[in-house]
Write a protein that binds this ligand. Structure first.
Ligand code: GDP
Length: 421
């Protein structure tokens, strides 16, 4: 069956235009409309505290969006579970507004036992999917607010070894719910060679555990320059990043965002020094819409269809029926009532059968009794007639032989009669 419900698509003919019509302006219309509406983007950051998450977010969006967290003194009681905190800010660049939400997960990986560190994060991502699903099921769906997480920056410790069990566990639990973007934190603590080797190990582990991370798609029908840029981005994953939200002076007199060391300056925005530029390019400049689209069309769709199937809603002509919780409850109640009615009918049937069987049995024994009664009555009548006949014959004076008299006496004694001499 065709995907459009069996309706055959009309044959398409390519026609040449005789002059200017105006639909070449459609992309501009979309552009203006999008700019008017503004954009939203939700990014989650996960990794142990101190790996530079807040610094990187501030560096990415070039603002002090994320307040520096105070490190609690050692004697202070620290929270024992992973918390979820989100900060939203409206930022504007050349007239384009972006509502950016950063979801932080303080506490992740910070405990002695980190077994279930991933759980509150999965719950949070799913509850955002649920909120979107609930809006889609409303009668009025004119303005859907999208608070789903569109990308998750996972900060890998710059150990130089391989991924740790906690990294693998987290990525395995999350990879089908969010666009995972692994980054090697504080990569200025490693040499170029160490970074290359570490990246290879991380990618190896990711492939070995069949973890799906977000890959900037490369489309054939784009211009060569864009294709080359996208390929370059893909080659840099996992991005080895350096964050800094302060500006410093370089020995050659430039003012840059970076980190100063006794042996020199690491520039955040210099592609020779780290992959920060490529990460920003993918996340903001070239693939933000792609991340949102993948979240909606693949990750959310998977979650939504699994949830609906779990609720007992079946697929109808490749399109899922809308789920209305009230209708769903009414449907479940109707099903339950039908089940009860069926059970009642079955019980009635069994009862009726048993009654019928009992009645048939009673009737049979009644008939048997009647038959026995009839038989006895007939026998007695027959005996009575025989005796009457004999009596008549005796009374008519015909003498009996002594043997016959004896036999009659025996017979009548048995039946309780006495023979008159
Ligand atoms: P968070 O707890 O993960 O949010 O980490 P912060 O962003 O608060 O950073 C913790 C410390 O690491 C701060 O002193 C930062 O200045 C420092 N830091 C942040 N990014 C980097 C980096 O890329 N390299 C180095 N060497 N230090 C960094």
């Amino acid at each position: 069956m065709s995907s459009n419900g069996g309706v055959a698509a009309p044959a398409l003919a390519r026609k040449k235009l005789m002059g200017y019509v105006g639909f070449a302006n459609l992309p501009n219309q979309v552009h203006r409309k999008s700019v008017r509406k503004g954009f939203t983007f939700t990014c989650m950051v996960v990794g142990e505290s101190g790996l530079g998450k807040s610094t990187l977010i501030n560096t990415l969006f070039n603002s002090r969006l994320y307040p520096r967290k105070e490190v609690p003194p050692p004697h202070q009681e620290r929270p024992k579970t992973v918390a979820i905190e989100s900060i939203s800010a409206d930022i504007e660049e050349s007239g384009v507004r972006l509502r950016l939400t950063v979801v932080d997960t303080p506490g992740f990986g910070d405990f002695v036992n980190n077994d279930d560190s991933w759980k509150p994060i999965v719950d949070n991502i799913e509850s955002r999917f649920d909120a979107y699903l609930e809006q889609e099921n409303r009668v009025n769906r004119a303005k859907l607010v999208d608070n789903r997480v569109h990308a998750c920056l996972y900060f890998v410790q710059p150990t130089g070894h391989a991924l740790r069990p906690i990294d693998i566990e987290f990525m395995r639990r999350l990879h089908q719910k969010v666009n995972l973007i692994p980054v090697i934190a504080k990569s200025d603590t490693m040499t170029d060679e160490e970074i290359t080797q570490f990246k290879a190990r991380v990618l190896n582990d990711i492939a070995h555990h069949r973890i799906e991370i977000f890959h900037a798609p490369v489309y054939d029908n784009e211009d060569e320059e864009t294709i080359a840029e996208n390929e370059e981005i893909v080659r840099k994953i996992p991005f080895a990043v350096v964050g800094s939200d302060t500006e410093i002076d370089t020995p050659d007199g430039r003012r840059v965002r970076g980190r100063a060391y006794p042996w020199g300056v690491i520039e955040v925005d210099n592609e020779e020094h780290c992959d920060f530029v490529k990460l920003r390019q993918m996340l903001i400049r070239s693939h933000m819409e792609e991340l949102k689209e993948h979240t909606h069309e693949v990750l959310y769709e998977k979650y939504r269809s699994e949830k609906l199937v779990g609720m007992g809603v079946t697929q109808d002509h490749s399109v899922f029926k809308e789920v209305n919780p009230a209708a769903k409850m009414a449907e479940e109640r109707a099903l339950h009532e039908a089940k009860l009615q069926k059970m009642e009918n079955e019980m009635k049937l069994v009862f009726q059968q048993k009654v019928a069987e009992k009645e048939a049995k009673l009737k049979q024994s009644e008939e048997e009794l009647y038959a026995r009664h009839r038989e006895m009555r007939d026998q007695l009548e027959k005996q009575r007639l025989e005796l009457e006949d004999k009596k008549r014959r005796l009374e008519s004076g015909r003498p009996l032989t002594p043997e016959k008299i004896n036999a009659y006496q025996q017979q009548t004694k048995k039946k309780g009669f006495s023979l008159r001499n």
